[in-house]
Design a protein around this ligand. Structure first.
Ligand code: PLP
Length: 361
């Protein structure tokens, strides 16, 4: 061995595997594996991206002032407390690099989003997972893991891949019982889909103190996953830290213009949310009629339990045979389950029909 040697933390993680998108020999793939939003990107966003090509030689505004203004206006937030990122994944990693590191500990829930563990280990943190016996983050189990080395707690709300949501009271109880120096990161990637009245995407907790951050994304309801754009809403001191940490031009110009156009598309969120709520209920009903166990979800996907890992694998293979790709969630500690994204009515009908055939055939 004479080549360069990377830091040992790098080898503590396996490379992230995203939802698959191609099936050999299948012309039309129904891709329900990455929660990308049922309707693609708003037409105005695609148009804005095409027009961005005219200025391809210009660097973007690294501070994303205009986009932050649009986000602030759309969601009723102070633009000075917003930081944009190359996907919310980037902001999560930057937060961990800033507040974590070797000798520190990070807490997530047992079936929480994979990036927290990957980014945490890469930064040298010890990552603890709080048991979720009911497949929902358990505040007491999280609090039981806190010690002097704890620096960060990550909660996706709603969570991916379970779809479970913690109400505002539980989130407030979590924050109130964490030490003040522990940063709570509320990952609200699916916030726009939530209809429950007892939900706070994180804004209330961010505003109430100086130790909570909310992250959001354009990858889900806005259909801009390919553009890579996320944002954080944070107290001023954490905004300052993120602005020091982030690469100077971390968000590309095309993504920024597409996102502004997406925010301006009239009714996009409302229509996407309304479709999701009714299509999710109908799909759940059809899967339950087929005898499957469906976990309650507040997001744009359903976690479906097939009772045994072998049966989940068989269902996955059967769906692939029909050109349908869903998400295997074995790496999330859920080997008996598959996660199915809510697509269009037609796509939901296809997966419901296929799983009915799987169960009965
Ligand atoms: C999809 C997802 C993200 C990633 O969003 P990007 O902005 O595309 O990086 C973050 N958190 C959760 C829980 C997600 O499901």
């Amino acid at each position: 061995m004479s080549g360069p040697i990377a830091r040992p933390e790098v080898f503590a993680v396996a490379p992230y595997v995203g939802g698959e998108s191609v099936l050999p020999g299948v012309a039309r793939v129904v891709k329900l594996s990455s929660n990308e939003g049922a309707f693609g990107a708003p037409p105005a966003a695609r148009e804005a991206l095409a027009q961005a090509a005219a200025n391809l030689h210009r660097y973007p505004d690294g501070g994303m002032a205009r986009l932050r203004g649009s986000i602030g206006a759309a969601f009723g937030l102070d633009a000075a407390r917003i930081v944009c990122g190359n996907g919310s994944d980037e902001l999560i990693s930057l937060l961990i690099q800033a507040y974590g590191g070797s000798g520190t500990e990070l807490i997530m829930s047992a079936h929480g989003f994979a990036i927290y563990e990957i980014a945490g280990k890469l930064a040298g943190c010890v990552v603890h997972k709080a048991p979720e016996p009911e497949l929902i983050a358990d505040v007491d189990n999280v609090l039981a893991l806190v010690n002097d080395a704890t620096r960060m707690v990550f909660i996706a709300n709603p969570n991916n891949p379970t779809g479970a949501l913690l109400g505002a009271d539980e989130m407030a109880r979590l924050r109130a019982n964490l030490p003040a120096h522990v940063l709570l990161v509320v990952d609200a990637a699916y916030a726009e889909y939530v209809e429950r009245a007892d939900y706070d995407a994180g804004v209330g907790l961010v505003d109430a103190g100086d130790n909570t951050v909310m992250t959001r994304t354009f990858s889900k309801i806005f259909g801009l996953g390919g553009a890579r754009l996320g944002w954080a809403y944070a107290p001023p001191a954490i905004v300052d830290v993120l602005n020091r940490m982030r690469p100077p031009f971390n968000v590309n110009a095309g993504a920024a213009l597409a996102a502004e156009a997406a925010l301006a598309a009239p009714g996009w969120i409302e229509q996407g949310r309304a479709h999701n709520t009714q299509a999710r209920a109908l799909l759940a009903q059809r899967l339950i009629q087929s005898g499957l166990v469906v976990h309650p979800s507040e997001a744009n996907f359903l976690l479906v339990d097939f009772g045994a890992p072998s049966r989940a694998q068989a269902a996955d293979a059967f769906l692939r045979g029909q050109g349908i790709i869903v998400r295997n969630v074995t790496s999330y500690g859920l080997p008996s389950c598959l996660r199915i994204t809510i697509g269009t009515d037609e796509e939901c009908g296809l997966v419901a029909q296929a799983l009915s055939e799987f169960v009965h055939g």
